[in-house]
Design a protein around this ligand. Sequence first.
Ligand SMILES: Nc1ncnc2c1ncn2[C@@H]1O[C@H](COP(=O)(O)OP(=O)(O)OP(=O)(O)O)[C@@H](O)[C@H]1O
Ligand SMILES: [Mg+2]
Length: 454
Amino acid sequence: MTGFTVALVLVVAAAGLLRWRRPAWYWLAFGVTLATLRVLVRYGSVMDACGLTVPPARWRLALARATNRPMPESRPPRILRLRPTRTGLVLRLKLRPGQDAFDIAAASDRLRHSFSMYGVTSRELRSGVVELRMTGYDVLKRVQMPAATETRPMRVPVALRQDGSVHYRDYRDYRAIPHALTLGATESGKSVYQRNLVAGLAPMEVALVGIDCKQGVELFPLARRFSALADNPDTAAELLDALVARMADVYQLIRAQQRITVDVPDAEIAADIWDLPDELRPTPIVVLVDEVAELALFASREEEKRRDRIITALVRLAQLGRAAGIYLEICGQRFGSELGKGITMLRAQLTGRTAHRVNDETSANMAFGDISPDAVLAAIQIPAEMRGIAIAGDSSGGWHRIRAPHTSLRQAVNLCNRHADRTPDLPELAPFRPALAGPAAAPVPPVKPSPATA
Ligand SMILES: Nc1ncnc2c1ncn2[C@@H]1O[C@H](COP(=O)(O)OP(=O)(O)OP(=O)(O)O)[C@@H](O)[C@H]1O
Ligand SMILES: [Mg+2]
């Protein structure tokens, strides 16, 4: 008997320790079973208490009356499926007549408390069927991406969503999010997000082009996987012009391949690079721009001309680039009309929006003001101590809280070096190919160390 008690105490202590230090392991070891039992046992009474039941059908009442049986009770939505996952439970419900998906969404906070889960979100799958995604612990506190993710060309698993699912950056999405904008105050996690994107794209058949006006500190260490890099606005202007020229060439190629005749089926007429045969298809290019405001600021006439040239090129790439396989990924602290003409026009083309922590509502409005007021509010509420948390939305108004895994620069460098042989040599961008010098050859900047460190 004492042996049993000791074992029980040990198991409870281990469970408590795991729950505190390693919530993900606790969930897999104990949480998932306990939560499944709790949901199944309490389901009827919780739904009743949350006002999610409907009175029995009239024919049941009539039948009960006729047969002198006890009156049937109110019925909750029927459980179609209960699926445990790595981070929580997924409950698929069939709504009863008279209920709608909004009822469930409005009750999600009450359900969260009643089932003792960390988070509950709901979404409509199809008419009459709603999916409740519950998480057992705060999955964004320590992001662990699942080992197996759905991989497809040009689709990168870049972060984890609050409901435990994977957030993908899909350049060939059917909802068409070819270009994206990432905003956030300084030290909010923009560059780490972008680094994850580079790490995800590195193993794919894609050319990476970087413009990093922070003197290249973020992207130049990853140079071996980049086909072209620019670390100042002058080079950036030339690089963007080269990309616009390439875009024109790709359109010429697509036109040459179209040859629309009566016997070519509709589906085979090429309208973008993905319709071209594999051997002819130009390599798609992802253009990553960090600290975009640096490209839009100017202090002299000369610089103003350069700035206009850069913004015009970016607008043209954003408007026409998708079909030519050129995708923009722009990061900055703010991106609004105060940066001058052309900026709001460019922003309108950047469909995907991600906002990290922002310091004021205006910055959040730059990301979501024209899409969803809820997302603006969510972006302002991101706590300062949770760096890397972001709100990701798209032009359809849907949004999610996400956090990218904390990929260190070293991990990203190693990954880029491992896939360096995949870096395509694009002749148009050859002048911007980074010189691959070792660390010793890098020029030392003329900055004096402070006396404390000297
Ligand atoms: N997803 C994350 N998970 C954990 N920590 C993170 C995450 N993202 C960022 N951080 C932390 O925040 C720090 C700042 O991140 P990052 O350099 O990406 O900020 P930034 O928004 O690019 O800032 P700046 O505008 O100054 O360039 C990182 O060094 C890292 O310690
Ligand atoms: Mg940065």
